[in-house]
Design a protein around this ligand. Structure first.
Ligand code: ADP
Ligand code: MG
Length: 259
């Protein structure tokens, strides 16, 4: 079971869209996928059509109540894609976690305790480097980092990488960067080409070849409670996520969690 945290402390860069659509594409290739919605906003849960009434157990219960993955996971409309949804309770979890001595390792423990019913676990992180994202980074083999194609794309990345370094040296030496994916690429805007070139020059081959275009179908799909890959599998956004999932699959075998 490979655990991948989708993280970037900036909001609105495409974390949730990437979690939903990479999850769907991986499931379509036959992998059993679990998406853990670790954002109190619950956009991944809503985007996968999980009604509030069906969120009986949530990622809050994983972190605070020692609930197991198997108890909390529910199926989505996508075959082989399950989700641990998020509820508003989660917005208090950051504070409640402080009470626990092992507050940074709650999710890691939960995942380690579960039998490997899934091939891949994707964690959709909230837009912060707080305790929830730290829990995800300690539980993960690797990070997938969406970076929006905008002028300030690299701003904030050094803070993220510093956090990764700290987590590596203290808690999770095997934590790697699975890759950085450029999102919301707009070919009509020359600035985005410049940004894409700059990011590749700075970060090198860790950047995925696939670039996710700005595509209105990707932003429409969540309001229908379905992944873009089901809402409109032909749109450029869906096709890009299929290509990204292929790259993700090719990088998975490199991951091995030390200790
Ligand atoms: P995050 O989880 O990082 O906050 P989201 O995935 O929720 O980011 O994306 C932020 C907003 O942008 C959402 O409304 C989403 O539908 C939209 N969006 C994400 N990726 C794209 C894209 N490639 N093209 C157009 N809209 C996008
Ligand atoms: Mg999100």
């Amino acid at each position: 079971m490979k655990v991948i945290a989708i993280a970037n402390q900036k909001g609105g860069v495409g974390k949730t869209t990437t979690a939903i659509n990479v999850g769907t594409a991986l499931a379509a290739t036959g992998s059993r996928v679990l998406l853990i919605d670790l954002d109190p906003q619950g956009n991944a849960s809503t985007g996968l059509g999980i009604a509030r009434a069906d969120r009986t157990l949530s990622s809050y219960d994983l972190l605070i109540r020692d609930c197991s993955l198997i108890e909390a996971a529910i199926p989505t409309r996508v075959p082989r894609l399950d989700i641990v949804p998020s509820t508003v309770d989660l917005s208090g979890a950051e504070i409640e976690l402080i009470e626990f001595e092992e507050r940074t390792h709650r999710l890691d423990r939960t995942i380690a305790r579960s039998d490997a019913r899934w091939d891949v676990v994707l964690i959709d992180c909230p837009p912060s480097l707080g305790l929830m994202t730290i829990n995800a980074m300690i539980a993960a083999h690797a990070l997938l980092v969406p970076l929006q194609c905008e002028f300030f794309a690299l701003e904030g990345l050094s803070q993220l990488l510093t956090t990764v370094e700290r987590i590596r040296s203290r808690f999770n030496p095997g934590l790697s960067i699975l890759g950085v994916v450029l999102t919301m690429y707009d070919r009509r805007n020359r600035l985005t080409d410049q940004v894409s070139d700059d990011v590749r020059a700075v970060l090198g081959p860790v950047v995925f070849d696939t670039v996710i275009p700005r595509n209105v179908r990707l932003s429409e799909a969540p309001s229908h409670g379905m992944p873009a890959l089901i809402y409109d599998h032909r749109c450029t956004g869906s096709q890009a996520y299929i290509a990204l999932a292929r790259e993700v699959i090719s990088r998975l075998p490199r991951l091995a969690k030390a200790a």
